[in-house]
Write a protein that binds this ligand. Structure first.
Ligand SMILES: Cc1ncc(COP(=O)(O)O)c(C=O)c1O
Length: 457
């Protein structure tokens, strides 16, 4: 008899098929990405790296045929070296990078490796305030990095944009070593050029190099498709990302760098921005990780290959089109949106101001009809982490399913109906009194969802 786990996986396939995924950091991978992830590559140990020298410029056929020198601690790497090399080359092409490290197990690991590559304990980092849309790994006191380095937060202004004046003031008041632009709840397009100028001024003031880093985990797919500016085109040294959000690959991390590429495990005499590719390779392995997940790296290579195709551009454009349309439809129905709308795939609703209900209750009620999103704090939120006044949603996953502008109006209408039920119920516990109404809506959602099958169906 098959293990119980497979029954639970089948249940999850049903949940994903019959519901609609609005969590902006999730997506549905292709059959090929899933196949690579579930392959025998999981059997292989490959600590170290394939060669980075001499290979750039080779065609993919050459990579798959020529024997590569490597820097590995185990034998049997012929296929793994070539697969990792393909992943690196495709990532560099997608993001205009000089080098890519495809080994980070997650976005958090990628960020930690960058900090470890460049900073000394006690060094200062200027990064976006978590409460204003930044990410836990950008200095939340619950993380290990925040125990080692000193994070100084900058915030957003009344329009929901980054407060660049505050960023500049702080960069010139504090002797920072790293300036970070990145977020998980920010709906504008950052002014990378302005940030690069702030770095330049701060470097002059402090008399040393400052690492300019972007964590583009959320918008990487939009950047790859050219529908969002690329920080590496504006003088940023490093860009980290997850591979599973808008980029639509397997769950994992990626670090892209500008600089001089050299032997990955070579000692670097003195830290400089030019040597950042090597510093980062060493910080990933052996600095913070052991053996790479080569089955996941293979799936990353497949996903990067997909993102290089013209179809992916259309997909990314549609993500933004759907997010803008959904924003409009929500505003028509009295939803108050943070920043007034969106320029990317993300929408942040002030659900307390809109309907007088908290984000957690709204998240739970939407779950009951098969719409999945997450409660999220707003700048200056008084509701605390577990009962914030906002909810965050986005369009990458539903766009993969093929939903278009017509369905965005339907979604907004379901969301309005659920908000009104929450108003009547007042508390989460009382939602069960409205089970019949919620069940009817659930059936409507399922009827629409099953007409848009998962790519892996
Ligand atoms: C901006 C940003 N950085 C890093 C991460 C961490 O990624 P992971 O969950 O893969 O560690 C996330 C994930 O939500 C994110 O949004």
């Amino acid at each position: 008899m098959k293990d119980l786990v497979f029954k639970l996986i089948d249940n999850e396939i049903k949940r994903q098929t019959e519901g609609l995924e609005l969590i902006p950091s999730e997506n549905y991978v292709s059959k090929e990405v899933l196949e690579a992830m579930g392959s025998v590559l999981t059997n292989k140990y490959s600590e170290g790296y394939p060669s980075f020298e001499g290979v750039p410029g080779w065609t993919e056929d050459e990579i798959s045929e020529k024997v590569l020198p490597n820097y590995r601690y185990y034998g049997g790497q012929t296929n793994v070296d070539r697969i990792e090399r393909l992943a690196i080359d495709r990532a560099c092409k997608l993001f205009h990078a000089d080098h890519a490290n495809v080994q980070p197990h997650s976005g958090a690991n990628a960020n930690e490796a960058v900090y470890f590559s460049w900073l000394e304990p006690g060094d200062k980092v200027l990064a976006m305030n978590l409460g204003h849309g930044g990410h836990l790994t950008h200095g939340s006191p619950v993380t290990r990095s925040a125990h080692i380095y000193e994070f100084i937060p900058y915030g957003t202004d009344k329009t929901g944009d980054i407060d660049y004046d505050e960023m500049e003031k702080l960069a010139l008041a504090e002797d920072i070593k790293l300036l970070l632009v990145g977020y998980s709840a920010f709906m504008k397009i950052p002014d990378f050029e302005r940030v690069a100028k702030i770095r330049e001024k701060a470097e002059k003031k402090w008399g040393h190099e400052i690492l300019l880093m972007a964590d583009m985990a959320h918008v990487a797919g939009l950047i790859a498709a050219g529908v969002h500016p690329n920080p590496l085109d504006y003088g940023f040294n490093v860009m980290t990302t997850t591979t599973h959000k808008t980029l639509r690959g397997p769950r994992g991390g990626l670090i892209l760098t500008k600089g001089k590429v050299s032997s990955p495990l070579k000692a670097v005499k003195s830290k400089s921005l030019e040597s950042i590719p090597t510093l980062i390779d060493k910080a990933v392995f052996p600095g913070t990780q052991g053996g790479p997940l080569e089955h996941v790296i293979a799936a990353k290579a497949v996903a990067f290959g997909e993102a290089l195709k013209p179809d992916f551009k259309t997909y990314a454009k549609n993500i933004v089109k759907n997010a803008k349309k959904l924003s409009e439809e929500l505003k028509k129905r009295d939803f108050v949106l943070q920043g007034g709308g969106t320029e990317n795939h993300l929408i942040l609703i002030n659900i307390m101001e809109s309907f007088g209900i908290n984000g957690k209750m709204y998240e739970k009620a939407l779950d009951m009809i098969g719409l999945t999103l997450n409660a999220n704090a707003l700048p200056g939120d008084t509701g605390g982490a577990f009962k914030p006044n906002g909810v965050r949603l986005g369009t990458p996953a539903i766009t993969t399913r093929g939903l278009g502008e017509k369905e965005m109006a339907k979604l907004a209408s379901w969301m309005e109906q659920v908000a009104k039920i929450c108003q009547k119920a007042k508390t989460e516990a009382k939602l069960k009194d409205y089970e019949k109404e919620l069940d009817e809506l659930h059936q409507e959602v399922t009827a629409v969802a099953i007409t848009f099958p998962l790519p892996t169906a």
